[in-house]
Design a protein around this ligand. Structure first.
Ligand SMILES: Nc1nc2c(ncn2[C@@H]2O[C@H](COP(=O)(O)OP(=O)(O)O)[C@@H](O)[C@H]2O)c(=O)[nH]1
Ligand SMILES: [Mg+2]
Length: 345
């Protein structure tokens, strides 16, 4: 999985991947800041910037071309139409030339300092992915609108639950990737769910994934309110986030619900049995049978029979769905593993 660097004097080559859609309000300032920062680190890294203009309808494309004509190591790829974040990242991964890829949000809501922190962490820990993580201990979320903050926090908590407590930030885009790893990953998500998809597939392949605590700070971004529309809508993001949590462990949700229903039905049914048996023992000698006591119970409270019966059937069905999805997840993981190994050869 690791690329061997034969020449230890070679500086690592870092590709900054910038997916952009209608970012004319901030593109120039942000890219200039990134350039200044990278130039100050040029003793440490070789670098390039790859701007993916994803069919922007404003001046983003022209502005990016301007940078391209001024700098040899700034390249632009234009999608003729808006293909969405997932496709833009895939284009970036295909075309970047560095050994380390760093994806940044063009609004720089994660400070550019994380370029160095993530690149160094990737090398030091021999990992395949480093995540800038506001939701882990030491991380922070600053000036993000309340609703947005709460929803994002809960989506990530939910994913953490689904992924067996592995990591803290699943939806974040700002990460470092080892080229040799990310280029072998088969990705298919077109949209924002690409970020959890990458983690999920990396986990199947037992990749090394490391999180570093990060500050997600919208102070600057808030100044551009109105000029820049955050293209990621809150509610849509929330529901799609919850849905993509299912890819991690679809079965636990079925198993949890099924177990709950089973406990409920057992509670009802055991009480019914207890009542039936006690009626039977009280009327001992009166020629009463089990079935007549049961019939008596049914007459007294038919609703308990209904609730007990229906929850029992529902529990069995939901639990079976859980086992089925566990099976299909296993098949998928095996196939994905196999497919990826073929691709690596
Ligand atoms: N290529 C591409 N990039 C996008 C698209 N939507 C958003 N982005 C970029 O993804 C990054 C994050 O978007 P932003 O609106 O800041 O999302 P937020 O930080 O989650 O509110 C920015 O660099 C955007 O330009 C899209 O449809 N295509
Ligand atoms: Mg942003």
């Amino acid at each position: 999985m690791q690329e061997k660097n034969n020449d230890h004097n070679l500086k690592p080559f870092v590709s900054i991947i910038l997916p952009c859609y209608n970012e004319e309000a901030i593109l120039q300032t942000s890219v200039n800041n990134i350039i200044k920062y990278l130039e100050s680190k040029s003793h440490k890294y070789r670098w390039e910037i790859l701007i993916i203009d994803d069919g922007s309808k404003d001046k983003t494309g022209e502005m990016a071309d301007e940078f391209n004509s001024q700098y040899d190591n700034i390249r632009v790829i234009h999608h003729p139409v808006n293909l969405n974040l997932g496709r833009a990242l895939q284009t970036g991964f295909r075309h970047a030339k560095g050994d380390i890829f760093i994806v940044l949000d063009i609004d720089l809501s994660y400070s550019i300092e994380y370029i160095e922190q993530m690149a160094d962490k990737l090398s030091e820990t021999y990992s395949d992915i480093v995540i800038a993580s506001p939701y882990m201990k030491g991380g922070q979320v600053i000036a993000v609108p309340f609703l947005r903050k709460i929803m994002s926090l809960w989506v990530n908590k939910f994913m953490r639950l689904a992924a067996q407590d592995k990591y803290h930030t699943y939806t974040g885009m700002v990460r470092a990737y080892r080229k040799s790893f990310i280029q072998t990953l088969n990705l298919k998500t077109k949209d924002y769910e690409i970020n959890p998809e990458i983690l999920y597939k990396a986990m199947i392949l037992r990749a090394r994934i490391v999180e570093i605590p990060a500050h997600l700070d919208w102070t600057e971004q808030n100044k551009y309110k109105g000029k820049r529309t955050s293209s990621i809508r809150i509610l849509r993001g929330f529901f799609s986030g919850i849905m993509s949590a299912f890819i991690f462990r679809p079965y636990i949700f079925f198993l949890a619900l099924g177990t709950l229903l089973m406990i409920l039905s057992m509670y009802e049914l055991i009480w019914l049995l207890y009542d039936t048996l006690s009626t039977l023992s009280q009327s001992h000698g009166l020629g009463s049978t089990f079935s007549s006591s049961l019939a008596l119970q049914f007459k007294k409270n038919p609703q308990s029979f209904m609730v007990g019966g229906i929850t029992f059937i529902a529990a069995i069905q939901v639990l079976s769905l859980g086992f089925l999805s566990l099976q299909s997840k296993r098949y998928f993981e095996e196939l994905f593993h196999l497919g990826t190994s073929f691709k690596k050869i």
